[in-house]
Design a protein around this ligand. Structure first.
Ligand code: MN
Length: 230
């Protein structure tokens, strides 16, 4: 018996299943496409991936209209492939890592770019830039066996019908097995853990009234409408 009730976050629908995928944790990979690392003023780093996290409370399902986020004047879209784990994974080998994947989905890593830049400038954490309400948007999951191997599938994002981001999944600097192997050195990964795998170039600002539409070949598309600021 808890002291009080708190809001719950939704399960992620799974194509072909009546039950949803419950989310425990949300990990995000930073700068995982070379052209995006460069557009952010960085240098592609092949040594090791780095991460930030988002609270599952900040999960948002595709199709929503969300208020323009408070505390920013530079809200950005980042279109990403999301990996959902289905098996415990601690200190796993790259060769075994794909066996831990439950499924894949389209995701949007919504970002307060100005607040993220504050963090970079002041060498402080990125929480205000990355971890806020409705900042982890996700579409229904497709099971790994139905999606098949991650190869050269197209990943695109349009805003009001204009293409902003367009790349292919083979351009990931750190492959999905490499990310799982690396992250599993630090966490007991397992069912309920999502990994947002990074965004290609073309990130940009959204405005009130914008409609975002993202696609990855073989997955359910993702849609988000930006409503009025509160
Ligand atoms: Mn991202």
């Amino acid at each position: 018996m808890s002291l009080f009730q708190i809001p719950t976050h939704p399960d992620v629908p799974v194509i072909g299943e009546s039950q949803g995928y419950p989310v425990r944790r949300i990990f995000c990979v930073g700068r995982n496409y070379a052209d995006h690392a460069i557009e952010m003023g960085g240098v592609p780093d092949l040594e090791a991936p780095f991460y930030f996290t988002k609270s599952p409370a900040h999960l948002c399902l595709t199709g929503a209209t969300v208020p323009y986020a408070p505390g920013t004047s530079d809200l950005h879209h980042e279109m990403e492939l999301v990996v959902a784990l289905g098996t415990p994974a601690f200190r796993v080998n790259k060769d075994d890592a794909l066996g831990m994947v439950y499924g894949y989905a389209c995701g949007l890593d919504m970002t307060r770019r100005d607040r993220q830049q504050d963090g970079k400038d002041k060498r402080r954490p990125w929480s205000l830039g990355k971890d806020f309400e409705d900042a982890a948007v996700i579409a229904p999951l497709t099971k790994a066996a139905d999606f098949g191997p991650v190869e050269k599938q197209a990943i695109t994002l349009s805003v009001n019908g204009d293409t902003r981001q367009s790349a292919t999944l083979d351009l990931l600097l750190h492959s999905i097995p490499a990310v799982i192997e690396h992250l599993s050195q630090y966490y007991h990964l397992g069912p309920g853990d999502l990994i947002y795998t990074g965004t290609p170039a073309g990130v940009g600002a959204v405005q009130e009234g914008d409609h975002l539409h993202g696609e990855i070949d073989g997955l359910t598309p993702i849609d988000l409408t930006i409503g009025k600021a509160e």
